[in-house]
Every structure is written in structure tokens, then in C-alpha cells.
Design a protein around this ligand. Structure first.
Ligand SMILES: [Zn+2]
Length: 160
């Protein structure tokens, strides 16, 4: 919005009575007359929304996807460790019933929880789906982590 007196661009205008004329003026011009009311920018929320959008496109949020049979992957890895469900649940600080749902692939854990499971069991259940905005971004920061390709190979070998 623009001050009708000095032409300054501002988010906050005041409806002011100056020498019998109603004008929408900026804060500094408001003192020249009698303030009737305050006028705020209607597009305020929109400009915030725009900022958020711009920020998001600069740093796109990674999109994650769970591998097929992630529950089985978790269960197999847990059994390899020789842990009961209740033991793993305790180490993950989650309820045993939640772990049961994860192991039956009924429920996808949060990304945070999935990361903890991966670390604890040395498995890979979460894959970062490459975004169009960052095609060159590496999906595995750790060289010891299994790639999805490795995982498929492992699963195929076990099925034979
Ligand atoms: Zn002004």
C-alpha cells in the first residue's frame, strides 16, 4: 500500500483527516492530521505464504519411501540380533504393540523412528526418493549403508 501524501510504500496506513480531506497515509504523515482509523495490509498473510514457498523451493524437503516388506526386514534383523519384540521396543523407546504393527508392515514408522531402527539393526528400510529439484543429491551419506539395490539382492537371495 502507498501513502497518499508522500507516496511511501508501507504495510501500515492510517486513515487520517487532513484539512477536511480523508487520506490514507503512512505513519510519519499521520501526524499532520487527525487519525480516524488504522489500515493494515490485506495481503499480509499472502506475503508470508510466499516467503515460505520460496524458502521451501530453495531447500526441498526430501521425500521418503519405505522399502517393500520393511516389516519383515525389521523382524529379520531383530531375530538376527536375538532380541524379542519387547527388547527391541525398549531399545527404541516405543510400545511393543507399535513395533508389532511395524513388523507386520501394518504401520509405517515416522522418519525419525525409522532412522533409529536402521541404526540399531544396521538395516535400510527408508529410501529417499530423489526430488526433481535436486537430481544430483546423493541419497546415501554413509558408505556402510545398504542401497536399495543391495537390499533387493539380499531379499532375492533369501527367497531362493
Ligand atoms: Zn507518507
Amino acid at each position: 500500500m502507498q501513502c497518499e501524501l508522500c507516496g511511501k510504500e508501507t504495510n501500515e496506513l492510517f486513515l487520517v483527516l487532513i484539512e477536511g480531506t480523508k487520506l490514507r497515509v503512512c505513519k510519519s504523515c499521520a501526524k499532520y492530521g487527525r487519525v480516524l482509523s488504522r489500515v493494515t495490509a490485506e495481503k499480509h498473510v499472502d506475503s508470508n505464504e510466499h516467503k515460505r514457498r520460496v524458502k521451501r523451493s530453495d531447500t526441498p524437503e526430501p521425500v521418503y519411501s519405505f522399502v517393500d516388506d520393511f516389516g519383515k526386514v525389521v523382524e529379520d534383523a531383530r531375530l538376527r540380533k536375538g532380541w524379542k519384540q519387547v527388547e527391541l521396543a525398549k531399545r527404541l523407546a516405543i510400545k511393543e504393540s507399535l513395533l508389532h504393527k511395524i513388523e507386520t508392515s501394518d504401520l509405517e514408522p515416522s522418519v525419525d523412528l525409522a532412522r533409529r531402527i536402521e541404526k540399531l539393526l544396521s538395516v535400510k528400510i527408508l529410501v529417499e526418493v530423489p526430488s526433481d529439484l535436486s537430481p544430483m543429491k546423493s541419497t546415501s551419506s554413509s558408505s556402510s549403508a545398504l542401497t536399495l539395490g543391495d537390499l533387493v539382492k539380499v531379499r532375492k537371495r533369501k527367497k531362493q
